[in-house]
Ligand binder design. Sequence first.
Ligand code: HEC
Length: 166
Amino acid sequence: MLGKGLQALSGWPETDYLEVVRVKQRIQVTRILTAAAVLGLGLMVAMQAQARFGTPEEIAERLKPSGELCLEGMECGAAAAEVAAGPAMSGEEVYASVCAACHDTGAAGAPRKGDTAAWGDRLNKSLDDLTASTINGLGAMPPRGGSNYSDEEIRDAVEFLVDASR
Ligand code: HEC
């Protein structure tokens, strides 16, 4: 056997040599066990992190109020497109952000919000016509009131303004 040959070469008594082999084997077993333990520990930490913080989907769900989170492996196409297009603003928000400058104050001779007399015959126009003149501009009013809101947002703002002026 190899053991015997080596023993002959080293000149160690057989028992000593076998002891060395056994210690070596024990060290190897210990190494394998350590490697397994490290691997297992890593796995446990990863699983605990998942349990504590949730899956990527759950994390994204929690972050939703502050924006969309798109992690690798998630289907985010639709959500990303939605963000790119921007959520439509309500008529009231559009009005406050651009139209109020003239229609709250009467600046440039604009009919004021809530001033039914000033609105006069305009109130008989259809929402479509009023929206069209706002989009195209009318007299001292620049196209879209000088904004770049979408047709739909302008329409909602016109509706909000006119309804509040009847
Ligand atoms: C720079 C001032 C100004 C801003 C900003 C402005 N308007 Fe006007 N708007 C006017 C004036 C002035 C008129 C009257 C135009 C006329 O009849 O000559 C008018 C008229 C209108 C009319 C009546 C149109 C019609 O056909 O008679 C609507 C509806 C209207 N505005 C909606 C809006 C909305 C909605 C916004 C915001 C998106 C807006 N305006 C922003 C000045 C403004």
